[in-house]
Write a protein that binds this ligand. Structure first.
Ligand code: FAD
Length: 364
């Protein structure tokens, strides 16, 4: 690395913004290539860096979990993402959840304010040759770059689908029906809980199973990610799957009756002001009309106003154990595509994955 050769960071998401920040604070020049808003993705909505596209939860923040320890380690290493997340966090029990708007706004301001970082709003279509490049284009890497990465790492290009869960306005929730509580009282009364008795649960399952879903395009093979399975797929596995999964009532006794409902839909705060709540674990590929009809059957949500409905999205990843070293740099020459690298590949190219092997989407 020299002063005349800045590090290229491709992708201004969570990983790319953090990489740019870490390089800058070490005095290293950065060219940060972000394709939005010139070229969009299927899920991002804004031109901001580090936009959160689905859940606003970064999962557990306690030291008793691996993800909690990782967060502490990142804080100790002056992580920009963790600092901003802590600054704009919203109540979510023992999980770290953030106001998604403020989060990407502040990260964008911080990165834009770094003298070392030159932000280029343009799609990168091929893995660059020479120099040092960090690829941080995440699960929605553009098609052209995906193809180039697939050629470069020489391994089978994998993809699957998962889905966004709906977000509703707080004022449209019937507060006489729902109650506030966190599972086992852990972390305060941060969640809004919609209780269902057995008959209500059964009717909901019938309607979820019968609901019309969005078709997959013919070339798309449907491989769901276990941690982010659409509700209709869960229901198809068995009528009780939801009541033992995202709608599990254990630890959520209704304080008004002291009774545990048959099933519970939890709603998690999505913004600092507490005006928006997301349906925990309710990712779906049901059509928009069906989502409105079926989800309004849930007690307390009869008049729910949806500011975002669930949807399907592509999620691309690479087979990192085969393609990358432990330091996340591309494995030595053998697996590299000779058309992408006519000469020896740069050993310094690293690829950040958009997902980890555990569920990055787990809602709690
Ligand atoms: C729809 C969806 C829902 C998700 N839900 C969750 C969730 O609930 N919880 C969770 O922890 N994780 C979730 N994930 C995974 C989530 O994306 C990651 O946790 C996180 O965003 C990954 O950060 P990243 O920086 O790798 O990718 P991203 O945040 O996606 O950033 C990548 C950036 O690269 C840009 N880009 C792509 N291709 C190019 C190109 N060729 N040239 C220039 N720029 C490019 C994109 O515009 C984007 O800004 C979800 C992912 C998707 C797609």
């Amino acid at each position: 690395m020299t002063e005349t050769a800045p590090v290229r960071v491709i992708g201004g998401g969570l990983a790319g913004a953090e990489a740019a920040y870490q390089l800058a604070r070490r005095g290293i020049g950065v060219e940060l290539w972000e394709m939005r808003p010139v070229t969009g993705t299927e899920a991002h909505k804004t031109d901001r860096l580090a936009e959160l596209v689905c859940s606003n939860s970064f999962r557990d923040d306690s030291m008793g979990t691996a993800v909690g320890v990782l967060k502490q380690e990142m804080r100790a290493m002056d992580s920009l993402i963790m600092r901003v997340a802590d600054q704009v966090r919203v109540p979510a029990g023992s999980a770290l959840a953030v106001d998604r708007e403020r989060f990407s706004e502040v990260v964008t301001e911080e990165v834009e304010g770094l003298a070392e970082v030159n932000i280029r709003r343009q799609e990168v279509e091929a893995v660059p040759e020479g120099g040092v490049t960090i690829i941080a284009t995440g699960p929605l890497t553009s098609s052209a770059l995906s193809e180039s990465i697939a050629r470069t790492v020489g391994s089978r290009h994998l993809y699957f689908y998962d889905a966004l869960s709906p977000i509703i306005t707080a004022e449209s929730i019937d507060m006489n029906v729902v109650y506030r509580a966190a599972r086992y009282g852990k972390g305060g009364d941060d969640y809004i809980n919609c209780p269902l008795d057995e008959a209500e649960y059964d009717r909901l399952i019938d309607e979820i199973l019968a609901a019309e879903t969005m078709p997959l395009r013919s070339f798309e093979k449907c491989i769901y990610f276990e941690g982010c399975m659409p509700v209709e797929e869960l229901a198809r596995r068995g009528r009780k799957t939801l009541s033992f999964g995202p709608m599990k009532p254990v630890g959520l006794e209704d304080p008004r009756t002291g009774q545990r409902p048959h099933a519970v839909l939890q709603l998690r705060q999505d913004d600092t002001a507490g005006r928006l709540f997301s349906m925990v674990g309710f990712q779906t590929k049901m059509t928009y009309g069906e989502q409105r009809r079926v989800f309004r059957m849930i007690p307390g949500l009869e008049h729910a106003e949806f500011v975002r409905l669930g949807s399907l999205h592509r999620n691309t990843y690479i087979d990192s154990p085969k393609a990358l070293t432990a330091a996340l740099t591309v494995q030595g020459g053998n697996s590299l595509d000779s058309t992408a690298y006519p000469t020896q590949p740069s050993p310094q190219m690293s690829i950040s994955q958009g997902i980890d092997e555990e569920s990055p989407h787990a809602q709690e």
